[in-house]
Design a protein around this ligand. Structure first.
Ligand code: H2U
Ligand code: ZN
Length: 343
């Protein structure tokens, strides 16, 4: 199968991806292009996320020394319930949407990124994500919480200061909504959560796993679309961050540090991506079908500058890839877990 074009089903979304491995007989023959990374200061007086600085919205940041969370000054959603006008037209439907947008700084240090933080610092970030989830999920108008990091100019990130965002909404956005339908159907048919079965099958198969520890596995999914896409799965039952104890938060920090270090080492560049958690809906129903997981969607393909574009057939037909998920996983697995800046 590995050399012949085929399509693979993504059981989480119900959508297919086209795999065309014959197009890259030797995917790594091209020379690795390096980019000169400009070094950034620990503190940037012009950065709106650095401690003590004034933000674009006019508020000032405290002299924070660890993590720092605040309401997004330019929120995409407003905390006003049912304020807008609904329009029940089959062709021009409108539904008002309520939401809360937060920004979470990982560190006061302007020039660090996730893999460069200590394990304790990453654990603190996970604890803040968990606390935010607890508070937001207690709001009766919130049903879905997206925690994500947009990293790198390539991903449209506006500021290199290490930070993530949270958008909490009244309804499920498209991606979690698809995942809910698919996980529910699998659970109804097999009596087990889909992603628990994926994690145990992948542990047996051992050809797509990239980083493993006692509680977590990070792997290139069988159905990956982006060249070096990964999914982080728990090896225990959990449907949201609220289900993690201290040991599991600690070991998640370990997996995140090792995975993002490998990512940086792949092309020796601070690796751009969008990553985030998919937690169960917070809609006061039970969600035995749902497994907490993280997606990493990095755009780079062959070097620090050559990225994948989702265009042409991929926009009009279906997403596709040339290098197989198995060869991407092998490549990531071989990489060192010592950050290239420290060697
Ligand atoms: P990125 O993660 O894409 O870089 O976006 C940073 C967020 O920070 C963005 O949503 C917010 C923007 O609205 N922001 C503030 O809340 N205050 C500011 O002073 C500038 C940016
Ligand atoms: Zn900064």
């Amino acid at each position: 199968m590995s050399d012949i074009p085929h399509r693979r089903l993504n059981p989480l979304t119900g959508e297919y991806v086209l795999v065309s491995p014959h197009r890259t007989q030797r995917p790594w023959q091209g020379k690795v292009e390096r980019v000169q990374e400009t070094s950034r200061p620990e503190y940037d007086p012009k950065c709106y996320l650095c401690p003590g600085n004034e933000r674009a919205g006019g508020k000032s940041n405290p002299q924070y020394t660890g993590t720092f969370a605040f309401d997004n000054d330019f929120a995409a959603l407003l905390p006003l319930e049912n304020s807008g006008q609904a329009q029940d037209d089959p062709l021009f439907r409108v539904e008002p949407e309520y939401g809360i947008c937060r920004v979470i700084c990982f560190s006061p240090r302007h020039n660090l990124s996730l893999p460069e933080l200590s394990l304790e610092e990453i654990e603190d970030v996970i604890s803040v994500w968990t606390d935010e989830t607890r508070i937001l999920s207690g709001n009766p108008n919130i049903a879905s919480i997206q925690i994500f990091e947009n990293k790198g100019e390539l991903m449209g990130c506006s500021n290199p200061h290490p930070h993530s965002q949270i958008w909490a909404t009244q309804r499920l956005p498209n991606e979690p909504a698809k995942e809910l339908i698919q996980q529910r159907a699998y659970f109804a048919k097999h009596g087990r959560p889909m992603l628990e079965d994926v994690a145990s099958r992948e542990m047996e198969a051992d050809c797509r796993a990239v980083v493993i520890n006692d509680h977590w596995v990070a792997l290139v999914p069988f159905w990956a679309t982006w060249p070096f896409e990964t999914i982080v799965l728990p090896r225990f039952r959990a449907s949201s961050l609220l289900d993690l104890d201290t040991a599991r938060r600690k070991s998640l920090a370990d997996v995140l540090k090792r995975l993002t270090t490998k990512y940086d080492n792949l092309f020796e560049v601070s690796f751009p991506y969008s990553m985030g958690f998919h937690q169960s809906p917070f809609d006061s129903q039970d969600h035995p079908e749902w497994t907490l997981h993280m997606h990493f969607y990095p755009p780079l393909l062959r070097s620090a500058v050559i990225r994948k574009f989702m265009v042409g057939f991929e926009m009009l037909g279906m997403p596709g890839r040339d290098i197989t998920p198995e060869s991407a996983a092998e490549r990531l697995r071989e990489l060192s877990e010592v950050h290239y800046k420290n060697t």
